[in-house]
Design a protein. Sequence first.
Length: 185
Amino acid sequence: MKFKRILKRWIVTAFVSTVLCVLVYASTQQILRQSANDPQIQMAEDAVNAISKGAEISSVIPVANIDIANSLSPFINIYNSNGDAIAGSGRLYGNLPVPPHGVFKHTKTNGENRLTWQPERGVRIASVILSYSGTNSGFVLAGRSLRETEERESQMLFFSGISLLILLVVSFGLIIGSEYFLREV
């Protein structure tokens, strides 16, 4: 009978502990992922503003080509109104990669699109895409690798799991201790 009472109390405590650890992990993961877009937001907005005011496309693209499969450096790629790549610094195997056409359709409708783009297995890019207009219209994609962000997310998941395990063990010990303490009193 006593074991059932201990188990019932511990299950409630375990449930609450699990919910709290999941909430902390989910909140932290979202903060990490959303902040991974910060440099790209600035880069894309600056490029769109310059192009819309008549600047040459070549003037808003970084000079160095970035191998997006291996580099953590941010990059800018420019696409025409049909979604065809016309210029850029972000390259995959020497070519300008093109996101799925639906990405451009969504951006055209909403003016902006923030997404995780995976041009191939193992290459995940935090991307901000803005549409531009002026003498021509098209899209600016600013992106950078999510490799470090995802490493931090994995570390946070590990620490959340360890924290949950410690909470479960400690709470079980406290519940057993309180049962014996209350019996003695």
